[in-house]
Structures are given as structure tokens and as C-alpha cells.
Write a protein that binds this ligand. Structure first.
Ligand code: HEC
Length: 188
């Protein structure tokens, strides 16, 4: 193109595109500006495990899937299952280390002593403030309780005591059982 023409034409193009862009910006500040490709701003929402088109939501798990690294615990809630756990479930901490005992004591102090008190007599802080006192962990029932049954109580709860499976991992629950056993030994 002729150079003489090229400069004014370029200038005109710039002016026109500025004017064009200006037209896309709303005068009224309450109004949205023009949106190019609004797909990300207005995306469809789906619940997880929805049969969403194109598999865009998290898909339901294939039956039989287990959490990585953890085999399922095949015990339901309730006293019968607790008894069965007492017979069938054994602590994986066959030879507990000093660190296991230490962790058990620390976790008991955090999660259990508020109700059961540091010694396990069932006179913790919340009991002092009116919560129903738990039975002593030095009473005949708790002394005779198998490790597996106590683990089951920590996993599923019992009566007024809630489950601690959400706060304590499986290994941590076994370490807490270890600490309760030590408390019981100490008071015998
Ligand atoms: C909010 C208070 C509370 C906390 C915290 C709590 N417990 Fe309990 N616990 C109870 C009560 C109440 C019972 C009696 C439940 C029932 O049978 O109704 C109980 C029962 C038990 C029993 C069964 C005793 C028996 O003779 O049947 C064991 C074992 C036990 N708790 C251990 C623990 C351990 C270990 C922790 C810490 C991980 C813990 N509890 C945390 C209140 C609590």
C-alpha cells in the first residue's frame, strides 16, 4: 500500500477500535460491561457424584473401593459388635515403643481427660460442670474389657460417648487404648 495512505489509515483504525472498545464499557457503573467468553464466570454447577453430562463432576466410586492404605473395619456400631471386636480385633502394636506410649498419653490428655480425668476415674472438667459422669476406667467392666472392645468404643462411641474415629486415626486409637491399659496397671 501507498505509504502516504498507510499512516492516516492506521491512525483511523486505532481511533475506531478505541471508540469500539469504549462502547463495550458500560456508562452506568451499576451495569456489567460486555463479557467476552463468559463460560468460566457462568459455569454449570453439579453436586459431587452427580451423573453430570460429560463426567464433569466427581464420579461415584466403583463398588468395593477402599481408602488407600486402610483395609475396611468390618464392625458396625452397638454392644454386640463391640463384643465381637473384643474377640476378633487385636492391637497392631504388638511391641509398643516408648513413642507409642508417649503418643497415647498425649492424645488421652487432649481427647479423653476432659471427661474421664487424667487418671481415668471419670471426674473430668466437663463432669465438674454438669456432664453425666462416665464410668471409671478402673471399674470391673473396663478392666475386663478386651483391647478390641475398647478400640470399638473409641471407633463407634457408646451411649453418651461419641465416636472418636474422626479425631483419632486407627493407630492413634490403639495408642490411646495402650495408655488406658497403663493407667489401669498403675492403679492395680
Ligand atoms: C464428652 C465426654 C467424654 C469424652 C471426651 C470421652 N468419653 Fe469415654 N465415656 C464417656 C461416657 C459418658 C461414657 C459412658 C457411655 C455409656 O455407656 O453411656 C464413656 C465410656 C467410655 C468407655 C467404656 C467404659 C465402660 O465401662 O463401659 C471407655 C473405655 C471410654 N469411655 C474411653 C474413652 C477414651 C479412651 C476417650 C478418649 C479418646 C474417651 N472415652 C473420651 C464420656 C466421654
Amino acid at each position: 500500500m501507498n505509504r502516504v495512505l498507510a499512516y492516516p489509515l492506521t491512525a483511523l483504525a486505532v481511533v475506531l477500535s478505541c471508540a469500539g472498545l469504549r462502547a463495550l464499557v458500560a456508562e452506568d457503573t451499576e451495569q456489567r460491561n460486555y463479557r467476552f467468553f463468559p463460560d468460566m464466570a457462568v459455569s454449570g454447577t453439579h453436586e459431587a457424584f452427580d451423573a453430570a453430562p460429560g463426567g464433569t463432576a466427581m464420579l461415584p466410586l466403583v463398588p468395593g473401593v477402599v481408602v488407600r492404605g486402610e483395609l475396611p473395619l468390618r464392625f458396625g456400631p452397638g454392644p454386640d459388635e463391640a463384643q465381637r471386636a473384643g474377640r476378633e480385633l487385636h492391637s497392631p502394636l504388638r511391641e509398643p515403643t516408648a513413642a507409642d506410649y508417649e503418643a497415647g498419653a498425649r492424645l488421652y490428655g487432649i481427647y479423653c481427660s476432659v471427661c474421664h480425668d487424667p487418671a481415668g476415674n471419670g471426674r473430668g472438667r466437663v463432669v465438674e460442670r454438669g456432664f453425666l459422669p462416665p464410668p471409671s476406667l478402673h471399674a470391673a467392666r473396663a478392666l475386663a474389657m478386651a483391647d478390641g472392645e475398647m478400640f470399638h468404643i473409641l471407633t463407634h462411641g457408646q451411649g453418651n460417648m461419641a465416636s472418636y474415629a474422626g479425631q483419632l486415626s486407627r493407630d492413634e486409637r490403639w495408642r490411646v487404648v495402650l495408655h488406658v491399659r497403663r493407667l489401669q496397671e498403675e492403679s492395680r
